[in-house]
Ligand binder design. Structure first.
Ligand SMILES: *Cc1c(COP(=O)(O)O)cnc(C)c1O
Length: 235
């Protein structure tokens, strides 16, 4: 992808987000655009940064660490870890990211809390919810969500911000909105249970369903393909 193509794609993604917020009657700054750069080279992140993008999401730890090293001079990038998180990866995530969107187990949370360096602010976390209640999908069930939230809220080096979900793809807008509405309701329920917690994040919406997610209150949309183009899945 040429520089020009990235410029157009990023502008188009921002326009989609602005339009979706306006259509939903929401504030223009109601949601952040998170650029999902997995499988894409550091040079592309650098270009997107030069075009004003600051929040980047990565799924694969080793790949992310290499890019972070190559981009160490860009010290205002906000790195979000959005991929599956195993125990042996928690230390690097705790040390090198500002956000984790994919927290789904208390054991992982305890490790992140213990491993977060004291020199850094608390790690922002979203709990990933299996909003479709599909047994094979990752994420905590809605039923188990309050207990996990309560445990995480007690961890001093984690700051629970909200919820994240990756619903099964759907074509029509009404079907896309249903799982996002359930995630919003799950967040509203947590806010009632834990009024002191200041839960403000709904990480939902990707290239194919941004508008539906924003209509249901997304505060962070995670766009990969729409910004960086199709991913080479053979890599
Ligand atoms: C890859 C990925 C995205 C971006 O998906 P696109 O359809 O390319 O926009 C968003 N969120 C998560 C968790 C991802 O793994």
């Amino acid at each position: 992808m040429t520089n020009l193509a990235l410029r157009d794609a990023l502008a188009n993604a921002r326009h989609r987000l602005d339009a979706a917020l306006a259509d939903a009657g929401r504030a223009p700054d109601g949601a952040t655009l998170l650029a999902v750069s997995k499988t894409k080279p550091a040079a592309m992140i650098r270009e997107a940064h030069a075009l004003g993008q600051r929040d980047f999401g990565e799924n694969y730890l080793q790949e992310a660490l290499e890019k972070q090293e190559a981009l160490a001079d860009l010290d205002d990038i906000v790195w979000h870890f959005i991929g599956p998180l195993q125990s042996n990866k928690t230390r690097d995530v705790a040390e090198h990211f500002a956000w984790v969107h994919s927290l789904e187990r208390e054991k992982i949370a305890r490790r992140l809390d213990a491993q977060r360096p004291e020199t850094l602010p608390p790690l922002n976390v979203c709990l990933q919810v299996n909003i479709s209640d599909e047994p094979s999908k990752s994420g905590v069930s809605v039923a188990d969500l309050p207990a996990l939230a309560e445990a995480v809220l007690a961890m001093p080096n984690l700051r629970l911000r909200g919820l994240m979900a990756i619903p099964a793809p759907a074509d029509d807008p009404a079907a896309q909105r249903r799982p996002f509405a359930r995630l919003r309701e799950a967040l509203e329920d947590l806010r009632e249970r834990f009024p002191e917690a200041r839960l403000d994040a709904l990480s939902m919406g990707m290239s194919g369903d941004l508008e539906a997610a924003v209509a249901e209150g997304a505060t962070q949309v995670r766009l990969g393909t729409a910004i960086f183009g199709a991913r080479d899945t053979s890599a």
